[in-house]
Design a protein around this ligand. Structure first.
Ligand SMILES: [Zn+2]
Length: 1056
């Protein structure tokens, strides 16, 4: 057959067909024979459709079919040929014009006892024809939606032994294609299609072999489900933060420049597909690009060579000298800072009046401030001065007033503990529990860095935009990592489907819906409290809290809406809220309905976290993975193009989980991941001081103040010199620097737990820790985005921007933490002390394990199509060593997930800028999973704080090994040495896309895009994707999308 096709046999057959038609009367027998042959050849010839059209065969076959409608023997081969014609989109349009839709509907028949294969073949052809929007429109105009539904019900009722599932499926595929146009959806709803498909599907549910019917029905119902509006007045954050300066072209200006009348919750984006009937592709088919080339890869060789690009004058950078006292060897002055019990931070870069108590008057500092004064006089650091000056405005005062006013004020009914030394532990006094007295669990031994009283002290100095007056119990009590294993949740077959059906029932049985708002941040009297009610109570008005609204949907089901990051209208993912007034043993369903990402690890074993206060006071203060029936899918809430950056027709996603509670009068908390607040960081830093020994050099500086008036700490850890001998001092000053940072993205709390592990390990007494301190000077900015963390943001700072996209040109006023951190690094580059390793800790929401992104010229070039000479590609391979060591010693770390490709979209991240501008070869982002591991010792387990902290410690151990490998040789030999020890330098990592999860059994439409792989992006004008062209070798190409293929939409770079 292949030979027949390759020798041009198909063309000969078409010629024969033409000859046969010209004989009058046409030779029926010859026509039949040729069609029978064509039916066999068609599926093997990729160009069959084009050849048929060019030879004029389409009309010949159509005419022949019309003449033989009552002759099944003739009809069958002709329909088989027609079916192949139609898989070509241009043919489908052309056949539609010639009446193919109406013709095929004449052949598709109701159920009858005697069933030939005609209806099945006709339905296949019809399904392909209806992929064309013009033809779908014809079907709607002809009233065929009603016909399809009636036929489907007829077959459903009569085919009791399920022998003709393919016919039933064929009918649904036709419907599915018709409802791709808006008129089709309207016709479907008018014909009561929702109820019909809902009822038939419910009857099919018990029979597993009918799953394809249920799945396709579910897809159709979801597409036709009228788009709902999120029940919000606006999608802008409930909180407003007035920026000191709003750049005209920035996101905040855009956000607030909308005229008051504009509804930003929904827009007309679902209504713009009316022109679709004319947009069918009539061009010659062009092969679709495989999609394997990634146009995000940097191909500009100039940008791929790290070049020191030092902005600003050295005079300006000398300001940062004060943060590197150890380099000048002035250790006595700095060590005295430890004696200072009050502030965590001494010395400081700020004018002294902003810190209380002021730093001890040290010689080194005095000298520094002289430099500062000089700088100011020269006006060379104007932006910086402005920034620091602003800090001295009233915010500090306001906060203190706030503390005095709010202290001990309790909100009735809520569970959160209010701060104040005299009421910190009586939160549940007015809620008699099961006889338990609320006592602070004694965790001092288990949690050496935790202290509830100190935590409350820290909270008092934390400034939030909503001026939170409460402390959440988990942060107050602390979290002790449980000793039991927490396996990845096994996905139960059919969970998603049943959840989706429950959602559809809202439309089918509207009377069952309660629709009662029980919590609303946008209403001043929030939360709505009902003393005798049976509804759950919600609260999230505490540090890092994020819940905007809770709506009771059914008796035990709640829709939850997350707040947008401040000064933005989206970025919903992180959540942290409190629940009370629960019934013991009742299973509650929670739906977070305004998620944005198109997929989630919630579909691959990740559970949410729950903390029970009753459990805590019984001696088990811990966050535990919880939730059953978890899944993540596209829902029917419309997302306006204002929040998507202009893309229309998008919907939100639902994260649903069910949970039950085991204690009466409990107060429980749910979180996306283990919370780690800014106040927690301050507490941990304070407690780290206590670990100091005379051999440890630890200094804590204020790098700068944030927009919200919080300080950004900078930590220095190294070893005190063995003596004050010149040799020892020289050794200290020449230790390589390691620069670490974390938590630029507030929702990635795991990064903070890793950082805690790093800092605690570095302050430890182990021999390894001693060696590390003697080997390196550690500079750590543990929280690059305190404001985002405090205010419950997921990704941004108060400027409404992703701070990890600001490294190229950070604004001193709007991005102070990035601005000053970058200057620290530039200062180091200036004095020829650029760090040996730079690493920014992050969390990854869509992949498992811990892994790194680095920067490699070669690996970037290999992944792209650009050609370069070998001299252009010379590169130190040292960047590979650290990840390689980590994969050997850290159980959660996976080398195969690492990538060293430089992407254009990442060119303003810390990793790329520090590599390119500061010339740091080993510049990394370290991504820790939010979910769990699929390799190594923790395979099949969800990740916990113990594993995250261990990762932070192992990172340090790896640095020591790096030092041992590299330390023996001078730099020239380093490259060879590393590659020799670490193995072949030829091995390249694969360029890893954002997601690499395998399909799961229930490959239903968890993301509506997933099943539309043959359909254009919904409602996007002008982006018609060429329809399946000449893919004849798949007999049933229309079915592929429903039965097991999951075409996960890959979103580029939203993690780092
Ligand atoms: Zn991140």
């Amino acid at each position: 057959m292949g030979v027949f096709v390759s020798k041009g046999g198909t063309g000969t057959l078409f010629q024969l067909l033409n000859i046969a038609t010209k004989e009058l009367p046409s030779s029926e027998e010859l026509m039949l024979q040729v069609h029978a042959l064509l039916a066999k050849v068609g599926p093997k010839d990729r160009k069959f459709g084009v050849k048929a059209r060019l030879s004029g065969a389409l009309n010949v076959t159509m005419t022949f079919i019309k003449q033989n409608l009552q002759n099944p023997k003739v009809l069958l081969p002709c329909l088989q040929v027609l079916r192949v014609y139609c898989t070509n989109s241009v043919n489908a349009v052309s056949l539609g014009k010639n009446g193919a839709v109406e013709l095929l509907f004449k052949i598709v028949a109701p159920y009858s006892k005697k069933i030939s294969s005609l209806p099945k073949v006709a339905l296949d052809a019809l399904g392909s024809v209806l992929k064309s929007k013009t033809n779908a429109r014809r079907a709607v105009d002809g009233g065929f939606v009603l016909v399809l539904l009636s036929l489907y019900v007829d077959w459903h009722r009569n085919d009791t032994r399920h022998r003709h599932m393919l016919i039933r499926k064929g009918l649904l595929v036709c419907l599915r294609n018709v409802i791709n146009i808006k008129l089709g959806r309207k016709a479907f709803l008018d014909a009561d299609g929702m109820k019909i498909l809902y009822n038939t599907s419910t009857e099919c549910l018990p029979v597993r072999t009918l799953d394809p019917l249920v799945n396709t029905s579910s897809l159709i119902m979801r597409k036709c489900f009228p788009k709902n509006r999120l029940p919000l007045p606006t999608i802008r954050s409930s909180f407003n933060y007035q920026l000191p300066h709003v750049p005209a072209a920035g996101p905040v200006a855009q956000l607030y420049s909308l005229s008051p009348g504009v509804d930003d919750v929904v827009d007309e984006s679902d209504d713009n597909d009316e022109t679709e009937a004319d947009t069918d592709t009539e061009n010659e088919e062009n092969e679709k690009d495989d999609g394997n080339t990634n146009d995000d890869i940097e191909t500009d060789l100039n940008k791929l060579h790290p070049q020191r690009k030092l902005t600003g004058s050295f005079e300006e950078l000398r300001f940062y000298e004060r943060f590197f006292l150890e380099l000048s060897g002035d250790l006595h002055s700095s060590s005295s800072s430890s004696a200072c019990a009050g502030p965590i931070i001494v010395p400081t870069a700020q004018p002294p009046q902003h810190v209380s108590p002021p730093p001890a008057p040290l010689t080194a500092l005095d000298l520094d401030s002289i430099h500062l004064t000089e700088d100011q006089n020269q006006g060379s650091s104007e932006g910086l001065d402005q920034d620091l000056g602003r800090v001295s405005l009233e915010e500090g005062g306001a906060s203190i007033r706030h503390i005095l006013g709010e202290i001990c004020a309790r909100r009735g009914g809520g569970g959160a503990s209010t701060w104040g030394s005299d009421c910190g532990s009586e939160g549940a006094e007015d809620e008699p529990g099961e006889g338990a007295v609320l006592e602070v669990p004694d965790t001092a031994l288990l949690l050496p860095l935790h202290d509830p009283d100190l935590y409350v002290e820290m909270v008092k100095g934390t400034k939030s935009v909503p001026q939170y007056a409460e402390v959440a119990y988990p942060d107050y009590f602390g979290h002790v990592a449980p000793t039991f294993r927490e396996p990845l949740l096994e996905r139960v077959y059919g969970v998603q489907r049943s959840k989706i059906f429950q959602d559809i029932e809202r439309l089918i049985h509207p009377n069952d819906i309660v629709d009662k708002v029980v919590y609303d941040l946008d209403v001043p009297t929030c939360p709505v409290i009902e003393n005798n009610g049976e509804s759950l109570r919600f609260n999230s008005q505490f540090e890092s809290g994020n819940l905007r609204k809770a709506v009771q949907v059914r008796k035990h089901e709640y829709d939850l809406i997350l707040n947008s990051d401040i000064n933005t209208n989206h970025y919903h993912q992180w959540f942290y809220f409190e629940v009370s007034n629960m019934r013991v043993g009742t299973l509650y369903r929670f739906n977070i309905i305004n998620c944005e990402k198109s997929n989630s690890q919630s579909n691959y074993g990740m559970q949410v976290l729950m903390y029970s206060v009753q459990e805590a006071i019984r001696g088990r203060p811990c966050w535990v993975r919880t939730g059953s029936d978890i899944c993540y899918y596209k829902n029917h809430f419309a997302r306006s193009s204002l929040s998507t950056g202009g893309v229309k027709g998008k919907s939100y996603f639902t994260l649903t989980f069910s949970a039950s509670f085991s204690h009466k009068d409990d107060v429980c908390y749910f979180a996306y991941h283990y919370p780690y607040t800014y106040s927690t960081l301050k507490m941990h830093l304070r407690k780290l001081e206590a670990l100091r020994t005379p051999q440890i050099y630890l200094r804590q500086d204020v790098l700068c103040e944030t927009l919200g008036g919080n300080v950004c700490p900078l930590i220095t850890i190294t070893a005190m010199p063995g003596s004050s001998s010149t040799d020892n001092i020289y050794q200290l000053r020449n230790r390589p620097l390691i620069f670490l940072s974390a938590r630029v993205h507030p929702g990635e709390t795991n990064a903070s737990w890793v950082m805690k592990g790093t800092m605690e390990f570095l302050m430890g007494s182990s021999l390894l820790a001693v060696s590390l301190r003697e080997a390196f000077i550690f500079k750590i900015v543990p929280m690059l985005n305190p404001d985002g963390v405090i205010n419950g943001n997921h990704r941004c700072s108060l400027s409404g921007e992703d701070l990890n996209r600001q490294w190229q040109s950070p604004h001193p006023e709007l991005h102070p933490t990035i601005y000053h951190t970058k200057n620290l690094l530039q200062y180091l580059a200036h004095i020829q002390r650029a760090p040996l390793v730079f690493c920014d800790y992050h969390g990854h929401s869509r992949k498992k394990n811990v892994f790194m992104y680095g920067c490699s010229l070669k690996e970037t070039v290999w992944q792209s199509n650009i050609s370069a000479s070998s001299t252009e590609l010379q590169e130190d391979l040292g960047y590979r060593t650290l990840p390689k060591i980590l994969s050997q010693i850290a159980p959660a770390f996976s080398l195969s997930s690492c990538s060293f490709v430089v992407e254009r979209s990442k060119e303003s991240t810390a990793r790329v800028v520090v590599w390119r501008e500061m010339g740091v070869q080993r510049s990394y982002t370290m991504e820790s999973t939010l979910c769990g591991c699929d390799q190594g010792k923790y395979k099949s387990l969800q990740i916990g704080t113990r594993e995250l902290e261990e990762m932070g410690a192992q990172f340090c151990v790896a640095l020591l090994r790096l030092k041992r490998i590299t330390g023996l040789f001078n730099h020239q030999h380093l490259v060879d040495m590393e590659t020799e020890i670490m193995g072949s330098h030829i091995c390249t990592t694969t360029y890893v896309l954002e997601e690499d999860e395998p399909d799961f059994l229930e490959a239903v439409d968890y993301s509506a895009e997933s099943n539309d792989d043959d359909i254009e992006p919904e409602n996007e004008p002008g982006t018609d994707v060429p329809e399946n062209t000449d893919q004849c070798n798949k007999d049933d190409s229309a079915e592929k999308s429903d039965d097991g293929e999951m075409n996960v939409k890959r979103e580029a770079g939203q993690t780092e």
